[in-house]
Design a protein around this ligand. Structure first.
Ligand SMILES: [Zn+2]
Length: 441
């Protein structure tokens, strides 16, 4: 007898929906059976739910240890689960210490004990101080290395000056890892001249993203390294990405829900909950980002969940913390916008599943025999209004507060065990860290 069988008319299998029964034993998928006849004891989803693989979010700032007041493993993984995300990859900052040494990775994994509701993998950091010793961190299990080309926003995580980009990529190539890059060229950034949103956007112009991406591509060509561009906001830099790929360079690229769903012209006066770097740009730019979603330019849509405490998020657009809290809402808000644009769920699903899994080298985001049984019963037509106080995020600050959205993760299973029921986290603490020895778990 299998431990669980979930039966649905629309199951996301090999990149398409079809009717099926998914059989689970020992935490893994053990069979994909035809929809008929029903297996005894099968859980049949109602017709308004689709069965998805657990979503993957490869860009989350958990901030623990050190800045646990900003988020933390307990709250972040509960928020992930409630949003249908069963695997997150933690960024090497803004925890203290940042994940730039093996000791720091150990402190971080120690800090997860007993707290995980979703699975967590880890990015390391590439900073001027640890170049030359990345292999040890790679061997300890980080999925790749994050570098900033402009100041990161926290003092303890230094950015790579332009002359260190090529050596960093050469080292990454030698160990067979990937450099994931916050691509803004500091020579095109300036202090915001006033406190308005327009002043802030003007201080981080599209050319800063374009130039930084060009630097990465040039250095990839010399070193042969794999690189990934994080959170692209300026659509006019994407032609560089398309050309680099046409040339055969192993370049991947992501964007974020806030760039696809929020627009500069709608940011309210003083609305610093909308502040992030690079910034949310205008609606014309957003339309071009959506074209890039549809033409396959983007590999992943990931939250870049980067909250802080309320006091740091206050003030004007020059001084407040730059980061958006969106882990629990990412898939729902992008689906809401996709639907408004007349697009099917199929159009965005790879960017929330296999896409980010591939970026991070993870065997997640699929329903197939042998895969861990991370499953989501998603109700694409459920309409609800975001109440920031009801979210699992630690700090109740979100640009989506009060938004009417469509789509809810009603049930989530982690390794075949229910962790979300009727849209609420029902079981915490069964998530795991994903490190080399636990691969595929
Ligand atoms: Zn980030």
């Amino acid at each position: 007898m299998p431990d669980l069988v979930v039966r649905a008319l629309r199951v996301w299998l090999e990149g398409a929906f079809r009717p099926a029964q998914v059989q689970v034993s020992g935490g893994a998928v053990t069979g994909i059976l035809p929809f008929e006849p029903p297996v005894a004891g099968a859980v049949t989803l109602p017709d308004d739910e689709v069965l998805l693989p657990g979503l993957v979010d490869s860009h989350v700032h958990v901030n623990e240890p050190g800045r646990t007041a900003w988020e933390g493993f307990t709250s972040a993984t509960r928020a992930a689960a409630a949003g249908g995300v069963t695997t997150i990859v933690d960024m090497p900052l803004n925890s203290i210490p940042p994940t730039t040494t093996v000791e720091a990775l150990e402190l971080k994994t120690d800090a997860t004990i007993g707290k995980l509701t979703a699975d967590v993998a880890f990015w390391g950091g590439a900073v001027p101080g640890n170049l030359g010793s990345l292999k040890a961190l790679h061997d300890a299990g980080v999925r790749g290395f994050k570098a900033f080309l402009a100041p990161s926003g926290v003092d303890e995580f230094e950015h790579l000056p332009e002359e260190l980009l090529e050596p960093a990529l050469a080292e990454i190539a030698a160990i067979g890892s990937v450099l994931i890059v916050h691509a803004e060229d500091p020579s095109h950034l300036h202090e915001a001249h006033g406190g308005s949103y327009d002043d802030f956007v003007a201080s981080r112009p599209p050319i800063s993203e374009r130039n930084a991406i060009a630097h990465v591509i040039d250095a990839m060509r010399v070193t042969g390294a794999r690189a990934h561009i994080l959170h692209v906001s300026a659509a006019d830099s994407l032609d560089l990405v398309r050309e680099a790929r046409a040339e055969g360079l192993p370049l991947t690229v992501e964007t974020c829900p806030h760039y696809l769903t929020l627009r500069a012209e709608d940011v309210p006066t003083g609305g610093t909950q909308f502040k992030c770097c690079p910034p949310i740009r205008d609606g014309a730019n957003q339309d071009l980002l959506w074209e890039a979603v549809l033409d396959g330019t983007f590999d992943a849509i990931v939250s870049d969940h980067s909250p802080s405490t309320a006091d740091l998020k206050r003030g004007d657009f020059g001084s407040s913390w730059g980061g958006i809290a969106g882990l629990q809402l990412g898939f729902t808000v992008v689906w809401t916008e996709a639907r408004r644009r007349g697009l099917p769920l199929d159009a965005i699903l790879p960017l929330f599943t296999t896409g980010p899994a591939r970026v991070a080298g993870l065997a997640a985001g699929v329903i197939e025999v042998g895969a861990p049984a991370h499953l989501v019963a998603f109700a694409p037509d459920d309409e609800w209004v975001v109440d920031v106080r009801a979210l699992e995020h630690k700090n109740p600050i979100s640009p989506y507060d009060g938004a009417r959205v469509t789509g809810l993760a009603r049930s989530v299973w982690l390794r075949g065990e229910p962790i979300v029921e009727r849209g609420l986290v029902s079981r915490a603490g069964t998530g795991r860290t994903i490190l080399p020895e636990a691969e595929g778990a």
